[in-house]
Design a protein around this ligand. Structure first.
Ligand code: NAD
Ligand code: ZN
Length: 245
């Protein structure tokens, strides 16, 4: 059931935003991160998701990312990604994601802020150039820069590194009317501040997560459901509203 008050808020809204995390891609078959004892698909997080880990063993880090790129290349966007893309028909719609899998863009979203970078982009540790590379699996590990032959790294944000586009994300948070918070444990900062900022500027905050998170304590609406189910229900109600007119 979609609460009447949420439908009212969505009828009036002009700018709508979503903050998404690993949970929105779980139903596409991409594993989430927590609850595995500091391990990320069998690898230690310190070794594969820090600049120090990369300096010590770039080939090992690249094998990890190569494996994930192979999995992500087989995954498809799910109904929750799709509904966020379809919402662009009704709203000035923004997706702020902590995911690096690129599934929001593949689902058709145009306004995507990728706080933690993108696994399909590589960045040169020598000349600094960054570009997309969709080769799966990679022919050469670690891969080398097409311009200067320098060592490439994945263009993703590791622990201890600043996130991308945080100013943009805050300005969306401050100005949106409704913010969906979907599939994030809201424990990784600064991303976890974003829904709080939206809420304190008067946005209605809608949490979609089977489990409780720090956002649950102030969210205006909570769906304790998988992302695909909740987003599909909400979209059906939206269609009723906008197609009746
Ligand atoms: P997280 O793994 O910490 O939390 C996932 C959240 O999703 C949990 O709260 C869980 O209850 C919820 N969840 C699980 N299944 C769900 C479903 N079907 N529908 C809705 N919610 C569901 O993820 P996070 O908060 O994004 O933080 C983890 C970090 O790891 C991020 O920084 C991210 O960059 C990275 N990461 C990215 C991916 C990806 O790109 N798909 C995958 C794993 C980790
Ligand atoms: Zn280079």
């Amino acid at each position: 059931m979609v609460p009447k008050l949420l439908i009212d808020a969505l009828v009036e809204a002009k700018r709508v935003a979503a903050l998404t995390g690993a949970g929105i891609s779980a139903e596409s078959g991409i594993p989430t991160f927590r609850g595995q004892g500091g391990l990320w698909e069998g690898y230690s997080v310190e070794k594969v998701a820090t600049p120090e880990g990369f300096e010590k063993d770039p080939a090992m880090v690249w094998r990890f990312y190569d494996e994930r790129r192979v999995n992500i290349s087989k995954a498809k966007p799910n109904r929750a990604h799709e509904v966020l893309a379809l919402m662009e028909n009704f709203y000035d719609m923004w997706v702020i994601t902590q995911n690096i899998d690129g599934l929001h863009s593949r689902a058709g979203s145009n306004n995507v802020i990728e706080l933690h970078g993108n696994i399909w982009r590589v960045k040169c540790t020598e000349c600094g150039i960054s570009y997309y590379n969709y080769e799966v699996p990679l022919r050469e590990i670690p891969p080398r820069c097409k311009r200067c032959s320098g060592l490439l790294r994945p263009d993703v944000v590791w622990f201890g590194e600043p996130v991308y586009d945080m100013d943009k994300a805050y300005s969306i948070a401050e100005s949106c009317d409704v913010m969906f918070v979907i599939g994030t444990s809201a424990q990784v900062y600064p991303a976890a501040y974003i829904p709080r900022v939206a809420w304190s500027h008067g946005a209605k905050v809608v949490e979609i997560n089977p489990e409780e998170t720090p956002v649950s304590s102030y969210a205006d609406f909570i769906f304790r459901e998988p992302a695909t189910k909740a987003m599909d229900e909400i979209y059906k109600e939206l269609l009723k509203v906008f197609q009746e007119e």
